[in-house]
Design a protein around this ligand. Structure first.
Ligand SMILES: NC(=O)c1ccc[n+]([C@@H]2O[C@H](COP(=O)([O-])OP(=O)(O)OC[C@H]3O[C@@H](n4cnc5c(N)ncnc54)[C@H](OP(=O)(O)O)[C@@H]3O)[C@@H](O)[C@H]2O)c1
Length: 280
């Protein structure tokens, strides 16, 4: 079994990768920072010496890097059984990527969208295969504006994050519809509140609040990863697609996340944003 875990260099992703290595899977972790990816790789290998675990480095906020990663994965993975789109970030201040895209949207939404699209043929050929996308209960606080996906009007880092977690949930359901009958299933997971380094690269009072919140209320990353692993590997999940999982159960998500019309329009927007020429 070959599994890819983006954001496998930290937190929930590292523990998910370790869990997959523990069951003997070939695991490829993807991180942005080369040193952190190598350190995570060493930690996972030390825990599970026989597991063939590898690391790849890509800044998923850049379209060219997502394309390079997809090509490298296609070249080195004759089959892909599980793709865990876990990498995620939050940006207190509005920032843009070199492609001119607001960063939360680029990393949390467009990257998993494009990576999954580029790997779809390999996933289909490997069926039964699974895609697991990390969403969050924060999706319930989203205020989606399809005309301003990049927060160009008024930016708020927390709101942008909430929106991104709704958007990945909508795309999960749209992928599930489009891949119906292919043997490739797509689910979203809400890991709960987890004590990781998530968001700590930001500054100000917000980070202080986030750190306290995560330390006091957060579950350990290994516990969160068990729920991701369940959706990635449990036989009982194989027959369904497009669900929002919390604590190993399909769980109702917000009304707007169930709107197939909104999902289809978002899909069109994401297609336009990922396929446009960088010099346009
Ligand atoms: N923690 C929570 O309470 C919580 C709750 C709900 C949902 N989630 C979701 O769970 C996922 C994992 O979060 P976490 O808590 O484990 O956070 P984390 O410890 O900060 O890990 C984030 C991972 O994403 C990678 N990453 C971030 N930006 C990237 C980029 N531009 N390109 C490539 N990789 C990038 C990081 O790589 P580097 O180390 O190289 O930067 C790291 O491996 C996220 O999608 C998050 O939204 C978390």
């Amino acid at each position: 079994m070959t599994c890819i875990v983006t954001g496998g260099s930290s937190g929930i992703g590292e523990e998910t990768a370790a869990g997959l290595a523990a069951i003997g899977a070939r695991v490829i972790i993807v991180g942005k920072d080369a040193r952190r990816a190598e350190e995570a790789l060493a930690r996972i290998r030390a825990r599970h010496p026989p597991g063939p675990v590898e690391a790849m480095v890509a800044d998923l906020g850049r379209r060219s890097e997502v394309e390079r990663l997809a090509a490298a994965l296609q070249a080195s993975c004759p089959r892909i059984d599980v793709l865990v789109n876990n990498a995620g970030a939050m940006f207190g201040q509005r920032e843009q990527t070199e492609d001119g895209i607001e960063k939360t949207l680029a990393v949390n939404v467009l990257a998993p969208f494009l990576l999954t699209e580029l790997l779809t043929d390999r996933l289909r050929a490997s069926a039964p295969a699974r895609v697991v996308n990390l969403s969050s209960d924060a999706h319930r606080r989203a205020r989606l504006d399809l005309a301003d996906l990049q927060g160009a009007g008024k930016y708020n880092g927390w709101r942008a994050y909430c929106n991104s977690k709704l958007e990945i949930l909508l795309l999960t359901k749209e992928f599930a519809r489009r891949l119906q009958g292919s043997g490739v299933t797509v689910h979203a997971v809400n890991p709960g509140r987890v004590n990781t380094r998530f968001g700590l690269g930001n500054s100000g009072l917000f980070v202080l609040a986030l750190r306290t919140f995560q330390r006091v209320l957060g579950i350990p990353p290994a516990e969160a990863a068990r729920h991701v692993l369940f959706v990635a590997t449990a036989p009982s999940v194989a027959s369904s697609s497009g669900a929002y999982y919390f604590r190993d159960r399909p769980t109702p998500s917000s009304d707007v996340s169930l709107d197939a019309g909104v999902a289809a329009r978002l899909w069109q927007e994401c297609t336009a944003l990922t396929h446009r020429s960088t010099d346009s």
